[in-house]
Write a protein that binds this ligand. Structure first.
Ligand code: AGP
Length: 604
C-alpha cells in the first residue's frame, strides 16, 4: 500500500529519493519522509499530506558525495496520518521504512516496552527499528542483528534499514510486500517497491522473493540471503521509459489513460488474435484438459471485469463460471474442486486479498491463472500461468485502461476455450475475431463526445444518488461505472441490474435520483427500455446511453458502435469513464489521488 525507495551512491541522494517517491506516490499519499545517512550523520525529514509538502520541507537540504538514504510514502494502516506516524521511524541510531503489516507487533512492542524502549508512534513499523537496536546491543554485529530482527517478524513486510553503527550498508528484507533492488552498472544501488521508481535509474534489477533479506554496500554490491543461506542474484534487464509514465499534456493521468485505451488494446490483442483463431503463447495446448469449471476471484474493478466476462465464459465457452470477491472468498471456507480453473484478476498483482485467495486455491491443488498488468508482481509469480493485460503503467487510482484490457483478455480467453471445447462454430469464432479487431476503434475518444460529456457533467453534481443500470454484460459495466464515479467524485452511486430496480430501489426514484441507463441495441434493448420507462414514470432523472434515441430521457449520449454487444460495451465504458472524470473535475477533486484510496491495496 505504501511506497518505498532506497539509494546508495555518489549522486544527489535527496533528488533520487524524492524522484523515486514521486513515481510511487499513487500507492499512498497521506504522509512521506526520507532519511539520509552521510558522514555518520542521519538527516531525516517527514511531512504530512502529499509529497509536495516534503519537497518544500527539504528544499534547503543539499547532499553531495557518497551516502545513502531511504524514503517512504504512506497510506495509513496503523495510526493516523501524522508526522510522528510517518516513516522513516527512528531508534537511537537507526532508521527504518516499511511497507506491509507486522502482525505480531503488539507482542513485540510489549516485550520491547518492558525492556525500557519508549515508543513514539502508533505504528506497527516502529518495533522493527527498536528490535534491531536491541539485537545489536546483544550481538554487536549489524547484519546478525538485522537477521535476528527479521526472524522475529510475522506478517507482510518490505523493509529498508540504515544505521550509524554500519554506515556503509542498507539492510533489506521482503516477505509478502513487493521490493525490487537494482543497479546502474556504475556501483550505485537503488531500491523500490515497484519498478516505476527505478526506471531511468537502474538498468538491471532483482525482484526479491518472499523470505529474501540481506544488505547492499558499494563495496560488496547486493548480498542476498534466504533461509540463512546465500542466494544467487537473478538479475533482469529493466526496460520501460519514464516519459510514458508522465501525463503527456492531459490534465490527469486518468484522462490520459482513458485516451490511451485504443492504443493499449491493440497491444493486448497483438499476436493473440490470428486470422482464424485466438492464440496464447503463454498457455499449453492441453491447458484446459480436465477443467470442468472456472472460478474467478478479484477485487473492485477487477472483480467487475471478471463478472462481465463470466457471461462470456458461460455463453461462448459453455463452461460453468462463478465469480467471487476475494476478501469474502478468503474466509468463507470455500469448497474447492481441483477440476476448477482458478482465475485471479488484478491490475497491480499485489492486492493482498486476491493474493491470499490465490495461495488458498493453489494449496487446494487447483490450476491457477492470473490476468494481470504487472509482470513479476507477487500474483504473477505465484500463479501457475499468467496472461498479461499489457495496459502499460496505470497511475490514476481509478482504474480505466486496466479494466478495458482485462475484459479484452478474458473475452479472448473465452473464445480460446470455445475453440478448445468446440463449443462455437468456426463462423461464430471468426465473427468474434472480427469484432475484437474493431474494439480499438470503438474506444477512441472523439472530441465531440468528450465535449458533450463536459457540458452534461454540470447537471450531475448534486442529487441524492446515482443508479447506473444495465442488463446482462451491461450490469457489471453499470457496477464499474458507479465505482468510477464514487471513487473520484465522492457522490453516492450504485450499479444495479436494470430488471431488479422494481424489487426495491425504485422506491428512491424522484427527480433528484440520477439514473445512468446503459441501453445497448444488441442486447435486451426492449427489456432495459421498459425498466427505464418505469423509472421515468416516477420522475427519476434519466441519462440514456444508447445508439437509439430514447424520448423519455432527460439527457442522451448517442453511441455509434452497435454492431456487436462487446463494441457497445467498450464504447459505453468510455462514456461512463469520461462522465466520472468530468464530474470529479467540476467538483474540484484530485482525480488521480482520490481521498482515502491507494492504487495498490497490499493490506487486508
Ligand atoms: C479501481 O478503480 C479501484 N481503485 C480498485 O477497486 C481496484 O480495482 C481494486 O483495489 C483491485 O486492484 P487490483 O486490480 O490491483 O487487484
Amino acid at each position: 500500500m505504501c511506497g518505498i525507495v532506497g539509494y546508495i551512491g555518489n549522486e544527489d541522494i535527496k533528488e533520487i529519493l524524492v524522484d523515486g517517491l514521486k513515481e510511487l506516490e499513487y500507492r499512498g499519499y497521506d504522509s512521506a519522509g526520507i532519511a539520509v545517512l552521510q558522514d555518520n550523520e542521519i538527516h531525516s525529514f517527514k511531512a504530512v499530506g502529499k509529497l509536495q509538502n516534503l519537497v518544500e520541507k527539504t528544499k534547503d537540504f543539499t547532499v553531495e558525495n557518497f551516502g545513502m538514504g531511504i524514503g517512504h510514502t504512506r497510506w495509513a494502516t496503523h495510526g493516523k496520518p501524522t508526522e510522528i506516524n510517518a516513516h522513516p521511524h527512528l531508534g537511537e541510531f537507526s532508521y527504518v521504512v516499511h511497507n506491509g503489516i507486522i502482525e505480531n507487533y503488539q507482542e513485540l512492542k510489549k516485550e520491547l516496552s518492558q525492556s525500557g524502549v519508549a515508543f513514539l508512534s502508533q505504528t506497527d513499523t516502529e518495533v522493527i527499528v527498536h528490535l534491531f537496536e536491541k539485537n545489536y546491543e546483544k550481538l554487536k554485529d549489524s547484519f546478525k542483528a538485522f537477521e535476528a530482527t527479521v526472524e522475529k517478524l510475522e506478517g507482510a513486510y518490505a523493509v529498508l534499514l540504515i544505521t550509524k553503527v554500519d554506515p556503509q550498508k542498507i539492510f533489506f528484507a521482503k516477505n509478502g510486500s513487493p521490493m525490487i533492488v537494482g543497479n546502474d552498472g556504475k556501483g550505485d544501488i537503488f531500491f523500490g517497491s515497484s519498478d516505476a521508481a527505478l526506471i531511468g535509474k537502474a538498468n538491471e534489477v532483482i525482484y526479491l522473493d518472499d523470505g529474501d533479506y540481506g544488505y547492499t554496500s558499494s563495496k560488496e554490491g547486493i548480498v542476498l540471503l534466504s533461509d540463512k543461506k546465500p542466494k544467487a542474484l537473478n538479475k533482469k534487464a529493466l526496460t520501460g521509459d519514464k516519459i510514458s509514465a508522465q501525463k503527456g499534456g492531459f490534465r490527469f493521468f486518468m484522462e490520459k489513460e482513458i485516451y490511451e485505451q485504443s492504443e493499449v488494446l491493440v497491444d493486448t490483442i497483438m499476436g493473440r488474435v490470428l486470422d482464424e483463431k485466438i492464440y496464447f503463447e503463454e498457455l499449453d495446448e492441453n491447458f484446459f484438459d480436465g477443467i470442468e469449471e472456472i472460478k474467478i476471484c478479484a477485487c473492485g474493478t477487477s472483480y467487475n471485469s471478471g463478472l462481465a466476462c463470466s457471461y462470456l465464459f458461460e455463453r461462448q465457452a459453455k463452461i460453468k463460471t462463478s465469480v467471487e470477491i476475494a476478501s469474502e472468498f478468503r474466509y468463507k471456507e470455500p469448497l474447492l474442486d481441483p477440476k476448477s480453473l482458478f482465475v485471479v484478476i488484478s491490475q497491480s498483482g499485489e492486492t493482498a486479498d486476491t493474493l491470499e485467495a490465490l495461495k488458498m486455491a493453489r494449496s487446494a491443488g487447483l490450476k491457477t491463472l492470473a490476468i494481470c498488468n504487472v509482470d513479476n508482481s507477487s500474483i504473477v509469480r505465484i500463479a501457475d500461468h499468467t496472461l498479461l493485460t499489457r495496459a502499460g503503467i496505470e497511475k490514476g487510482v481509478a482504474s480505466t485502461k486496466a479494466f478495458a484490457t482485462q475484459v479484452m483478455v478474458m473475452w479472448m480467453l473465452s473464445l480460446y476455450i470455445a475453440q478448445h471445447k468446440k463449443s462455437m462454430s468456426k463462423e461464430n469464432i471468426l465473427s468474434e475475431i472480427e469484432a475484437i479487431r474493431h474494439i480499438p476503434n470503438a474506444v477512441v475518444v472523439e472530441n465531440r463526445l468528450h465535449e458533450k460529456i463536459k457540458r452534461l457533467s454540470k447537471r450531475y453534481l448534486h442529487g441524492h444518488g446515482f443508479f447506473f443500470i444495465g442488463r446482462d454484460l451491461f450490469y457489471p459495466l453499470a457496477l464499474e461505472g458507479a465505482l468510477k464515479l464514487k471513487e473520484i467524485s465522492y457522490l453516492h452511486a450504485e450499479g444495479y441490474p436494470a430488471g431488479e430496480m422494481k424489487h426495491g430501489p425504485i422506491a428512491l426514484a424522484d427527480s433528484e435520483l440520477f439514473t445512468i441507463a446503459l441501453m445497448p441495441k444488441t442486447l435486451h434493448y426492449d427489456k432495459v427500455k421498459s425498466n427505464v420507462e418505469e423509472l421515468s414514470a416516477r420522475d427519476a432523472t434519466i441519462l440514456a446511453i444508447s445508439p437509439e434515441r430514447f424520448e423519455l430521457a432527460d439527457d442522451y449520449v448517442h453511441t455509434y458502435h452497435s454492431d456487436h454487444p462487446m463494441s457497445e460495451f467498450f464504447e459505453m465504458m468510455v462514456v461512463t469513464q469520461l462522465l466520472a472524470l468530468e464530474v470529479s473535475i467540476r467538483l474540484g477533486n484530485d482525480v488521480d489521488m482520490p481521498r482515502n484510496l491507494a492504487k495498490s491495496v497490499t493490506v487486508e
